[in-house]
Design a binder for this molecule. Structure first.
Ligand code: BG6
Length: 702
């Protein structure tokens, strides 16, 4: 396939790279420079100055300029060398690299000219291969010495990253390293901060850096991971306001939305003998909303601040996505050696000292960056601390599903991979009694499963929710949908749906089906009636009696304040279609408004909706109710399910002989108890403690 070219206003060509999911990159022959990289949502990931000039031989401020054969003013040549303001050519012979797939990759070459040799007397060939794949931009630079004498050079890829707000950005992976400070005459310092944050000009060349560096953009909930080979330096540059004003091709406020984190071979320089070739590699990839410190290069030294006793609310490292609540001093309270997380640690090819220090189990508060000290655990494989509860929000689960179904283009969060367990058996979650599911417990801690949509729904339109007893004395039970589906919003956009189901023991003749305390939340992508994606997440919970526990009340409400604010799943705009938010579920006015009685005095409605109808009515907004009154009773698939349950469980009920009692007292109790089940949206601001036993059980299953 031929390369895709676009023409610039100045007549020069830009090469357009694209990959099937829609991400793109643009590359100029001038400077061999990437000037744009967009993800599949067409979001630009690289910064381009608002005053960028495309006027060769002027440099272009933004994208990824190539600095060669010098970086900055580390030598006597023009700043950052001359490669960035030369016209490069397409490289037809990128050997020894195999020919590029031209749809997503381009090979460029810059050869020294007569004029260049006057400035820098070394014959060279500088090549870059630029390729994109889903969520990733790769640059492979090579320098070949075609001279008769050795030469040394510097090389850097200046990555102008586009960030939402520089003061909300953090760079991880450079802590404890030495750097040369360009603002202080290249004096050498040691990085003291746990992570680099920005509140002023910065211009540093970090030495001996690890292969992975993370640029975490809190506001955008996005992390760019920089992986590099052959380039031991990382440069961090932001001119801040004063310097930005002095840079002609930079807008006064541009510094707020940019950060350069460069890969470089600067100090030491690269020495090449005649005929030799140097090769580097850089990958920039988007790591969805979260990132785990422990995943950074394990070779990096880690500093741990002294442990803080007392209560801590923590979230895994860089993102407030997965929430945990931890109680008590943590020194000796680690759950260890579950075959899930811990087995990874065991398998890591690290010394045992490093495994216990930086094994992926280290956990950091996203607000104060306090990292829990796990250096003093007695047992060798730290896992999760005592009392830690995996409690993703609805939005987290939808994000996980998007990643799992390949829709977001990012990898599922590392913890979601650990805790949302895949079920591959033909028998889906819906057909197994929840008490028999692995990892479930009656302590109020939820178990999470991801499984194929077909395993959730069976075949056809009807949703199979009847659970076949596994032994003779087991009662038949069935999931009943309760309440309306709840839309789940990501950044204000409806991206998924949550169905809430309660397990009922099927009714015997003459009695009502008896509600159990098992609750199932089933999440799918898309909107109601337009479900998409191959997978569904099921969250199974046994609702514990609400007993006021000392630990809970002190820890959850009245205890010393956590150091970090809780995850804030953005409150979505109120849906226009009348779906109630969690807050509405407890709105007494709505629960006991006149419409409520109307619904339940309407025999037809009561019969059709059956058990599902009452909490649903309580949850409806008035607007939705009015709409439904106008259009009449809507026989949804859930109504069918109810009919299905009627057939299966009770002939009396089927014959409408045991309608729910429409008296207020009965309805009151009924609605309230069901509403307890209906809540269960995003977790509350402070989570209750999970028992260590339940986690042990869970991890045992893992
Ligand atoms: O304006 P340029 O040449 O792209 O360089 C930008 C900055 O790059 C930094 O690396 C240099 O240390 C600064 O001195 C310089 O201002």
């Amino acid at each position: 396939m031929p390369l895709n070219f676009g023409n610039d206003v100045d007549g020069s060509s830009r090469i357009l790279l694209n990959e099937p999911r829609g991400s793109t990159a643009q590359v100029l022959l001038f400077g061999g420079q990437v000037i744009s990289w967009k993800n599949e949502r067409r979001e630009e990931l690289l910064f381009m100055s608002s005053k960028a000039q495309y006027l060769p031989p002027k440099i272009i401020r933004g994208g990824i300029p190539v600095c060669f054969p010098q970086f900055g003013n580390f030598g006597g040549l023009e700043r950052h060398g001359f490669a960035r303001n030369r016209f490069w050519a397409l490289d037809d012979d990128p050997s020894p690299l195999p020919p590029a797939n031209k749809q997503s990759s381009v090979d460029l070459i810059l050869k020294s000219t007569e004029d260049d040799l006057k400035i820098w007397p070394h014959s060279f060939e500088l090549r870059v291969r630029i390729s994109i794949s889903l969520g990733k931009l790769t640059v492979i630079p090579r320098v070949r010495n075609i001279d008769s004498k050795p030469f040394s050079f510097m090389f850097a890829l200046r990555n102008y990253l586009h960030v939402s707000d520089i003061s909300e950005v953090r760079v991880e992976g450079l802590e404890t390293l030495d750097y040369l400070d360009n603002l202080k005459g290249k004096e050498r310092f040691t990085e003291q901060a746990d992570a680099i944050t920005f509140d002023g000009e910065i211009d540093r060349v970090y030495l001996n850096t690890p292969t992975k560096i993370a640029v975490i953009d809190h506001e955008r909930k996005r992390t760019i991971e920089l992986r590099k080979e052959g380039m031991p330096n990382a440069v961090v540059w932001n001119p801040w306001d004063k310097k930005a004003k002095s840079i002609a091709d930079m807008g006064d406020e541009d510094y707020m939305t940019m950060l350069c984190v460069d890969s470089g071979a600067i100090e030491p320089q690269v020495l090449l003998k005649p005929g030799e070739e140097w090769k580097g590699r850089q990958e920039l990839s988007i790591v969805s909303s979260s990132y785990c410190s422990g995943q950074l290069d394990p070779r990096k030294p880690s500093g741990y601040p002294p442990q803080r006793p007392s209560l801590l609310y923590i979230s895994l490292s860089l993102s407030p996505v997965f929430s945990f609540f931890v109680s008590g001093a943590m020194a000796s309270a680690w759950i260890v050696d579950g075959p899930g997380i811990a087995s990874k640690v065991k398998n890591a090819s690290l010394s045992s000292a490093l495994q216990t220090r930086d094994c992926g189990a280290s956990i950091q508060c996203p607000n104060c960056y306090h990292r829990i000290d796990n250096t003093n655990v007695l047992v060798p494989w730290p896992g999760l601390p005592k009392g830690v509860k995996f409690e993703p929000t609805d939005a987290d689960i939808i994000e996980f599903l998007e990643a799992k179904c390949g829709i977001s283009g990012s990898e599922p969060h590392v913890l979601s991979e650990e805790f949302i367990r895949p079920v591959t058996e033909d028998v889906g979650i819906n057909y197994t009694h929840p008490k028999n599911l692995p990892g479930t417990n009656k302590d109020g801690v939820s178990a999470f499963f991801v499984h194929k949509t077909v395993q959730a729904y069976g075949t056809g339109q009807r949703k199979r929710r009847k659970i076949t007893p596994t032994c003779l004395n087991e009662e038949p039970v069935r999931w009943h949908k309760t309440g309306r589906n709840k839309h789940v919003f990501l950044n204000g956009v409806k991206r998924g749906c949550k169905k809430i189901m309660v397990l009922y023991k099927s009714a015997r003749k003459g009695s009502k089906p008896e509600k159990s305390k098992w609750v199932l939340h089933q999440y799918h992508l898309g909107t109601e009636g337009n479900e998409i994606g191959e997978y569904v997440v099921s969250k199974v919970t046994y609702q514990k009696e609400k007993v006021k526990d000392e630990g809970e009340s002190s820890g959850v409400r009245g205890g010393p304040g956590p150091t970090t604010p809780m995850t804030n799943t953005p409150t979505p705009p109120r849906p226009v279609d009348g779906v109630a938010g969690d807050g509405q579920a407890f709105d007494d006015d709505k629960m006991f408004d006149p419409f409520y009685e109307v619904v339940n005095h309407n025999q037809k409605l009561t019969k059709v909706h059956g058990l599902d109808s009452i909490p649903e009515a309580a949850l409806w907004s008035k607007k939705a109710r009015r709409e439904e009154e106008e259009v009449g009773v809507n026989l949804s698939e859930d109504n069918l399910t109810c009919n299905e349950s009627i057939e299966a469980s009770s002939s009396l009920w089927e014959n409408n002989q045991i309608l729910p009692n429409p008296s207020l007292g009965e309805l009151d109790g009924f609605a309230l108890s069901d509403l307890e089940n209906v809540d269960l949206g995003s977790p509350p601001d402070f989570l209750t403690l999970a028992s260590q036993d339940s986690l042990m059980n869970w991890m045992g299953w893992l």
